[in-house]
Structure formats: C-alpha cells, structure tokens
Design a protein around this ligand. Structure first.
Ligand SMILES: [Zn+2]
Length: 113
C-alpha cells in the first residue's frame, strides 16, 4: 500500500504525492462527490427525484444546481485519521467524510491527467 509523502492544496483541489513517486491532483468537487460517508452513499444510491419537472431535468444529462451547490466546493480542513485516512471538511459544512488512502489513490488513478 502506497502512502502519501506530501499533501498540498493547489486551490481547486488536493495534490497528493505518493511514496512511489506518482502525483495525483484531485479536485475538491470530485472529492466531495465521492464522499464515502453513509449519508452521501445513501444519497448517491437513491433514485433521482421524480418530482423534477422535465424541462429542468432535461434529456442530455444536464444537472441544474441550486445556488448553494453552484458555489465552488473547496476544503476548509484536512485532518489525518490514524495513518490510514484523511477527514476532509468542506465549505458547504459537510465534515463527516473520512477518505481512506486507498479511496484517494483510486480517485487519483481514475482522474489521472
Ligand atoms: Zn458525506
């Protein structure tokens, strides 16, 4: 299991330098979306709101955000949890997400630039 040797905020996200030399840039927005806490998992797995009017939900996979959701997501706090995870607090007030290192690593692998 690789471990991060350096974590650094680059503004829009988190830059992680791993012990094997790989560097990942994870956008806060992607990290927030991938939040592994129970609340967010349930939210992601629940079916889309059937009450949304067709004109808003659209047919092109377009997501209309509320004003609160539209503000750029960023982390306000990053706290190590033991030596296996990081707790991330976001500016939307969400602070229950604990990201195990393997989750961060997987997210980085998916979005490698
Ligand atoms: Zn969450």
């Amino acid at each position: 299991m690789e471990s991060p040797v350096r974590l650094e905020s680059y503004g829009e996200g988190l830059k992680i330098e791993w012990s094997d030399g790989v560097i990942h840039r994870l956008a806060w927005r992607d990290l927030r979306f991938a939040c592994p806490c129970a609340t967010c998992r349930v939210k992601r797995e629940s079916p889309p709101q059937p009450s949304a009017p067709a004109s808003v939900s659209g047919s092109l996979g377009l997501t209309i955000l509320t004003a609160a959701e539209a503000q750029p997501i960023r982390a306000t706090k990053l706290r190590p949890v033991g030596n296996y995870a990081y707790a991330i607090e976001f500016n939307d007030g969400h602070n229950t997400g604990i990201y195990p290192l393997e989750v961060l690593r997987e997210l980085g692998m998916e979005g490698t630039v």
